[in-house]
Write a protein that binds this ligand. Structure first.
Ligand SMILES: C[S@@+](CC[C@H](N)C(=O)[O-])C[C@H]1O[C@@H](n2cnc3c(N)ncnc32)[C@H](O)[C@@H]1O
Ligand code: SF4
Length: 363
């Protein structure tokens, strides 16, 4: 399978948030410079042709200084061309200055993902974020003025002490801004994060009520829920993330990054020290056909459009009915799943996904 997507991980952050489990470290100038050199070496090992989609994620890519950002974008330039449909950078509001945004746009970046989390200043402080509501709004408006085609924000619900009224307020502000994509995550804490011990997660019923409110409000404003946590206006769905959900190939570079090339899942160690010393520790896991089929199903059922059954048969030479005979008939009979336009999809309830998938797990 052709590989048309590239993910680049920038692990540096100006501060470490109490809820975060991503591969990240504190920003240190000397580390950043070495990291960018290693990253260029790693990028040089990839075939130099334009990718259809590029995603620079973090950590906090906008934590880089303007010059460091230019170094990074120069290293990625060989992968940008006429065939590049989407080029995304994740930014944090407090470091997404106008000059950085303009530089990104000049290098062909056409999609910005702004980590807002909430527009409530008290909640922002409580989760140890360093921006304010007005800075977040200004960044989105600047992005629009500069001409970014796709503007997305990340919000989270279930924050400590957050109420449904706060969620309503966040949605109202979000919808007043010139965005065309929104990722709305429910806060999930891993055990080793600082916030874990002092956090009471939402109970299932409340989570359901909030989630329904979010879906309905966004839908009324024209934002359709195309994936469990993602909403888009018109055709502004994230092309890059759909590569993951369609279980297509992608390269991943930088610490903690993962890639998938055919039946190989490639993951990088999270060790910055190793990476800076030129030891690019990579783990390769070879998938069995059974694993690949299950992972493809699992990823695609996250999408509202579901799993493309023609594509499934084309890739694995088996029809879905042959592979998952019992699980499929059980979940079609109880209406948890439906087949529409030759796509297998969850029946209006993306939220039941985990329990449905248990039936399909390989033995
Ligand atoms: C990989 S993070 C990095 C983006 C950027 N550094 C930031 O913090 O805005 C991407 C998004 O994941 C979401 N996220 C991070 N930690 C989370 C958690 N514990 N639970 C749910 N979503 C989380 C946030 O919405 C965040 O914007
Ligand atoms: S949430 Fe974002 S800014 Fe905060 S530590 Fe994680 S990656 Fe860094």
């Amino acid at each position: 399978m052709e590989t048309k997507a590239l993910y680049i991980h920038i692990p540096f952050c100006d501060h470490i948030c109490s809820y975060c489990d991503f591969a990240k470290v504190y920003y240190r100038e000397e580390f950043v410079l070495q990291y960018l050199e290693r990253l260029k070496e790693e990028l040089d090992t990839l075939p130099h042709h334009p990718m259809e989609t590029i995603y620079i994620g973090g950590g906090t890519p906008s934590a880089l200084s303007l010059n460091q950002l230019k170094m990074l974008l120069n290293s990625i330039d060989p992968f940008v061309g006429d065939g590049t449909l989407e080029y995304t950078i994740e930014v944090n509001p407090e470091s997404a200055t106008l000059d950085k945004l303009e530089t990104m746009h000049l290098h062909g970046v056409n999609r910005l993902s702004v980590g807002v989390q909430t527009f409530d200043n008290t909640l922002l402080k409580r989760i140890e974020r360093y921006h304010t509501s007005s800075i977040a709004k200004e960044v989105v408006r600047n992005a629009k003025a500069i001409g970014f085609k796709h503007i997305s924000i990340d919000l989270m619900y279930g924050l400590p002490g957050q109420t449904l009224e706060d969620v309503k307020e966040d949605l109202q502000i979000a919808l007043s801004l010139p965005i065309n994509h929104l990722s709305y995550y429910s806060l999930i804490l891993e055990e080793h994060t600082r916030l874990y011990d002092n956090y009471e997660p939402l109970d299932e019923e409340t989570e359901g009520i909030w989630s329904d409110y979010i879906v309905e409000t966004l839908s009324r404003a024209g934002f359709h829920r195309y994936e469990v946590s993602n909403y888009a206006l018109g055709n502004h769905e994230s092309y890059h993330n759909k590569v993951y959900w369609h279980y297509e190939n992608y390269y991943g570079v930088g610490i903690g990054a993962t890639g998938k090339i055919d039946d190989e899942l490639i993951s990088h160690s999270r060790s910055l020290t190793d990476y800076l010393q030129g030891k690019n520790t990579i783990y390769i896991e070879k998938e069995t056909l059974e694993d690949t089929m299950f992972n493809h199903l699992m990823m695609s059922l996250r999408l509202e459009e579901g799993l493309d059954l023609d594509e499934f048969k084309r890739r694995y030479h088996h029809a879905i009915e042959e592979v998952y005979k019992e699980a499929l008939s059980k979940n079609l009979d109880n209406h948890n799943l439906v087949i529409e336009n030759n796509h297998l999809k969850t029946n209006h309830t993306l939220d039941l996904l985990n329990s449905i998938l248990l039936d399909f797990l390989p033995e």
